[in-house]
Design a protein around this ligand. Structure first.
Ligand code: HSE
Length: 400
């Protein structure tokens, strides 16, 4: 019997209990042993819940119980998750977490402690919800130099943008709906401003390059400025707007960014809608690969956490090597990134041409008193200079 403790009985923690109950027999077969929840740590009580008698409020009980072999961290946020997880690892307890904020900030250190202790710190659910991506990057795509990793990594914003696209709704109307479905973070600013996707691409980039990537270094824009009129232009061009998190290897090094992009129908992520996430990977020998699936929500995320518990059960006293050192990777300045840009302006066409040169003009039905256009390829820096010279820009969205 493998005894586990779950930290946090919210959406993910209760999902883990549900998955363990639903698939008890097959999970035991795959893990080679029964998995039993010994404790659930939460500030609240849960009268009437079938797990009521497992709920405790003091973390010391878990940290000091030698029977607990696996700690499942499902609290979210950096503290007290970091303190609890570090203490568990130092006490020789394996850990799995769904917490991207924790992994992005302290991943390198926690991985190193697990290695020293010959145990495991696993975090499959921290990126892409139920989609296997951490394990493939760490175990399957190891023959390659990964030259690009681009994903739709936030289910909430993808759900919102899909609703705006298919139902013509405005931003504010779709946010509440996403929250009520359990997709959003406790503070949905993390979703809509791109911070959640930023932490996730920092984790993926760290795994790909084997070094610490500080999420603060990644240029990040969210979707809160996207309007129903932007969607009308995208529709007119046969494009869709998606929040992409991308990391590309250039001659100078890795260049990472989170921002809304207008995607053409040929783009591999064009058809990824609703709460689904997808990650496109290009390796120098593999070529292209795509990972697609349920990117947020209780059971998909819990499925990935329980898969980590099974992996831990199969490697109880053996560290699974994860290449992610604490040495910091210096990212290429995002101002050097090259893109095309869709722009909405109230300036005249002639003036646009005199500043940007040859551009492609676009019209959207029911949008009057302005013009839209797509620039040629230019660096972010060059675009900002031209945009300043043009003035009166209502919107600009990168195009791919
Ligand atoms: N709020 C996150 C999302 C949850 O919407 O993708 C999964 O990390």
């Amino acid at each position: 019997m493998i005894k586990i403790a779950i930290l946090g009985y919210g959406t993910i923690g209760s999902g883990v209990v549900e998955v363990l109950n639903t698939n008890r027999e097959s999970i035991a077969k795959r893990a080679g042993d029964e998995i039993e929840v010994k404790y659930i740590l939460d500030l609240r009580d849960f009268p009437g819940d079938p797990m009521e008698d497992k709920v405790i409020h003091d973390y010391n009980v878990i940290a000091e119980d030698p029977e607990v072999q696996v700690v499942v961290e499902a609290m979210g946020g950096v503290e007290p998750a970091y303190t609890f997880v570090k203490r568990a690892l130092l006490a020789g307890k394996n850990v799995t977490t769904s917490n991207k904020a924790l992994v992005a900030k302290h991943g390198a250190e926690l991985i190193a402690i697990a290695k020293e202790q010959n145990i495991n710190f696993l975090f499959e659910a921290s990126v892409g919800g139920g989609i296997p991506i951490i394990r493939p990057l760490n175990s399957s795509l190891t023959a390659d130099e990964i030259e690009e990793i681009t994903g739709i990594l936030n289910g909430t914003t993808n759900y919102m943008l899909s609703k705006m696209t298919f139902e013509g709704l405005e931003f504010d109307d779709v946010l509440k709906d996403a929250q009520s479905r359990g997709y959003a973070e406790a503070d949905p600013t993390a979703d809509v401003e791109g911070y959640d996707a930023c932490r996730k691409i920092a984790i993926l980039t760290a795994l790909v390059c084997g070094q610490q990537v500080d999420f603060e270094d990644i240029y990040t824009e969210g979707i809160s400025s996207i309007t129903a009129d932007d969607i009308k232009y995208a529709n007119a061009m046969g494009r869709v707007i998606k929040l992409l998190a991308t990391s590309k290897k250039t001659e100078e090094g890795y260049c990472a960014m989170v921002a809304p992009f207008m995607l053409s129908q040929q783009h591999p992520l064009y058809s990824v809608n609703d709460v689904f996430n997808a990650i496109f990977v290009h390796g120098n020998v593999l070529g292209d690969a795509m990972f697609y699936g349920s990117g947020a929500g209780k059971l998909p995320t819990a499925s990935a956490v329980v898969a980590d518990i099974v992996d831990i059960a199969k490697h109880l006293h053996k560290n699974i090597l994860i290449s992610w050192s604490s040495g910091k990777l210096n990212l290429v300045d995002s101002k050097k990134a090259e893109n095309r840009f869709f722009v909405r302006t109230t300036e005249a066409k002639e003036r646009v041409k005199s500043v940007f040169g040859e551009v492609e003009f676009v019209e959207a039905p029911d949008v009057a008193g302005e013009i839209g256009f797509i620039t040629g390829i230019m660096t972010e820096e060059a675009f900002e200079e031209k945009a300043e010279a043009l003035k009166n820009i209502k919107q600009r969205i990168r195009v791919v």
